[in-house]
Design a protein around this ligand. Structure first.
Ligand code: FPP
Ligand code: MG
Ligand code: MG
Length: 355
């Protein structure tokens, strides 16, 4: 399926639903305080890749043939107007479309906070929110989006999904806390297996948790069997982990204009991502730089040269590809369909992308 999925067109299948994601979000963010509406809708103007809502919609479609098993964790499922949310094959349910919007809102809220923490200058080819509106409004706006996302989530009346998303918010913060520290609590100058464990845990928390739990939630809302719900969670976790590994690669290999944000940022932020960890294997002198968060004036340049003179980038891409193979495997218990093929294609795209 690797070769076949490379050419598959996956957005066509969910075109109609995907078109409703941003307008729906903008509606959920309306406020009589015009400035708040403006700030909170800022990151919906220049759209991102929409990978998260696309995955929620495709998982919804791909699993719609697997419904009707474990009612106990699903609960009754109502949108604002209390209209029953029927399960029908091949369709994306209104609750699942709303889930796609909520997922993107939580991602957006986290970006508003992230751009403050990372002193970002641009995002999606425009000045980032912290530059456009300042730190205080960016943080407040992130909280506002979280609040509106929580209201929309409560209205889905599905406690298990609410619980998963509450966990995601905590995971995002835990991931950022791990990243602030950069490496496990040790002053080890030598690379150890736990450095990779720490990095991958951080990666799960900051990126894969949202993707995994949103895919899982799509299957829960579709009233799928426990096996399919777990497969959706696994697929999301593997794709999400590969996505962040590639993000960490692109920080080294891509350009500002292609990414729409500053490339070459991680070392300047003091971050030792996977390419540095692999390079550290070969160059023990990186240990001191990692511990000091590349703080000495020449560290960033030196560390970059060392990374480039090893196979650190290739090793990270290979690691991402290993996760993508697992993502393909996770889909095996879902009946084959164009939507499942599209999920294979998205997984391939994650490791083939250049932005
Ligand atoms: C982007 O990563 C940021 C994240 C994946 C998560 C950020 C999470 C927080 C700031 C915690 C607060 C969360 C909420 C929900 C309010 P990156 O900085 O590596 O990527 P970038 O290059 O796109 O900035
Ligand atoms: Mg960050
Ligand atoms: Mg950032």
């Amino acid at each position: 399926f690797r070769a076949a999925s490379k050419s598959a067109n996956f957005t066509g299948l969910i075109e109609n639903e995907l078109r409703q994601v941003s307008p729906g979000i903008r509606e959920l963010l309306s406020s009589k305080f015009e400035e708040l509406s403006k700030c909170s809708r800022y990151y919906t103007i220049a759209q991102g890749k929409q990978m998260r809502p696309s995955l929620v919609l495709l998982v919804s479609k791909a699993t719609s043939l697997c419904s009707g098993i474990d009612q106990s964790i699903v609960g009754s499922n109502f949108l604002e107007d209390d209209a029953p949310d029927h399960v029908s094959t091949g369709q994306v349910l209104p609750s699942q479309l709303r889930l796609a919007q909520i997922t993107e809102m939580i991602h957006t809220a986290s970006l508003l906070h992230d751009d403050v923490i990372d002193h970002a200058s641009s995002r999606r080819g425009h000045p980032s929110s912290n530059v456009a509106f300042g730190n205080r409004k960016s943080v407040l706006t992130g909280n506002f989006i979280l609040g509106r996302a929580s209201t929309a989530m409560a209205r889905l009346r599905t406690p298990k999904v609410t619980e998963l998303f509450a966990t995601v918010v905590a995971d995002l913060v835990r991931g950022e806390f791990l990243q602030l520290k950069n490496t496990a609590d040790t002053n080890s100058l030598e690379l150890q297996p736990f450095h990779f464990d720490y990095y991958i845990e951080k990666t799960y928390l900051k990126t894969a948790s949202l993707i995994s739990k949103s895919c899982q939630s799509a299957a829960i809302l579709g009233q799928c069997s426990p096996t399919v719900i777990e497969a959706a969670a696994d697929y999301g976790r593997y794709v999400g982990t590969a996505f962040q590994l590639m993000d960490d690669v692109l920080d080294y290999t891509s350009q500002d204009e292609t990414l729409g944000k500053a490339a070459n940022a991680d070392l300047n932020l003091g971050l030792a991502t996977a390419p540095v960890l692999f390079a550290w294997k070969q160059y023990p002198e990186l240990g001191a730089m990692v511990i000091n968060r590349f703080n000495c004036p020449s560290d960033v340049k030196k560390a970059r040269e060392l990374v480039e003179s090893t196979d650190g980038i290739e090793a990270t891409v290979k690691w991402a590809n290993d996760y993508i193979l697992k993502a393909h495997e996770a889909l095996q218990c879902i009946p084959d369909s164009p939507a499942r093929q599209a999920l294979h294609a998205v997984a391939e795209k994650v490791v083939a992308r250049n932005y």
